[in-house]
Design a protein around this ligand. Structure first.
Ligand SMILES: [Zn+2]
Length: 305
């Protein structure tokens, strides 16, 4: 008996460590009454935080600095999210990796594009070449959150979705949303005011991320440095880019924190072109709310502090 006591203690200790390890690997719910949801990108998470308030705990899947275009969901990350009730995303092919989380958790994927007027057209050439059926290849630009009126439509859809998941608190979600919509209305006016001062309205962005922003605030995207985000442009694409820059006298190019800018650095090496930062995703200090993110980008375009 005496000899088995240390064995029992060691067994208990091992069981405790395994249990503690298991619990710490999961994102522990703040409260059992809190609705646990996941969001694919930071802007979506921030909209949910405003509409959900204290009633909703939102877990961002994409970490700051990562691009949804090049993101790979690890099994560990998917396991951390098995407790969520719903996964909110962008849809339109941007965050297909949510399917891994959905399979493990059984939570539905809810894309916030139901009310938004999407900009659709023919698929970019690279996407076409990967598909054998080239007749029906409409492609809708998924970066719709980068226009405040679209974010307001996303907020309206969120009220509906959260109220379906948690009907008891439907009035609170509507009330939180109304407060936030007032803030977003003001934000949109502020960004229009900033955008009015932009002198160079022919823009070349890093990837096709600011089309909705451009449409709302009166800019024209003439070209992108990386037509397929995360993939280096071909020599022919760089030749075309150079032509566009010359035609429109473009003097600024933009890098993005989530994608490598080595192509940009090489391309602008001997050119008198300045490189600024645009951020479609945020979630870092100075851009840790949707409003701050939008103001940051507006000021970047306007070259105001
Ligand atoms: Zn993008």
């Amino acid at each position: 008996m005496r000899r088995s006591l240390p064995l029992i203690l060691v067994t208990f200790l091992l069981l405790f460590l395994i249990l503690a390890g298991f619990l710490s690997a999961r994102v522990s719910p703040a409260s059992t009454s809190t609705l646990q949801v996941a969001a694919t990108i930071f802007p979506v998470a921030d909209l949910i935080a405003h509409v959900g308030g204290d009633l909703v705990a939102v877990h961002s899947i994409l970490e700051p600095g990562s691009s949804p275009h090049t993101f790979d969901l690890t099994p560990q990350k998917a396991i951390q999210l098995t407790h969520v009730t719903a996964i909110f995303g962008v849809g339109q092919g941007l965050d297909l990796w949510t399917e891994g989380v959905s399979r493990l958790s059984g939570a539905p994927i809810i894309s916030l594009d139901k009310n938004v007027p999407l900009l659709c057209g023919q698929a970019p050439p690279v996407i076409q070449s990967q598909d054998e059926h080239e007749e029906d290849l409409t492609f809708c630009d998924p970066h719709y959150w980068l226009s405040v009126p679209n974010a307001m439509l996303m907020v309206d859809q969120l009220v509906t979705e959260l109220s379906l998941l948690d009907p008891v608190h439907a009035d609170t979600y509507r009330s939180n949303a109304n407060t936030y919509l007032t803030e977003l209305t003001q934000l949109n006016e502020d960004i229009h005011t900033i955008a009015d001062s932009i002198t160079d309205r022919d823009i070349v962005t890093f990837h096709e991320s600011f089309t909705y922003f451009a449409k709302e605030y009166g800019l024209t995207i003439r070209a992108t440095v990386e037509p397929s985000p995360g993939r280096e442009p071909s020599p022919q694409q760089l030749v075309d880019l150079q032509k566009t820059i010359n035609v429109y006298n473009v003097r600024t190019l933009y890098k993005e924190p989530q994608l490598s800018d080595s192509v940009l650095q090489a391309f602008t090496k001997d050119l008198n072109i300045s490189i600024q930062t645009l951020d479609p995703l945020g979630g870092i200090p100075g851009r840790d709310s949707y409003s701050q993110l939008m103001l940051f980008n507006a000021h970047t375009f306007a070259q105001t502090p």
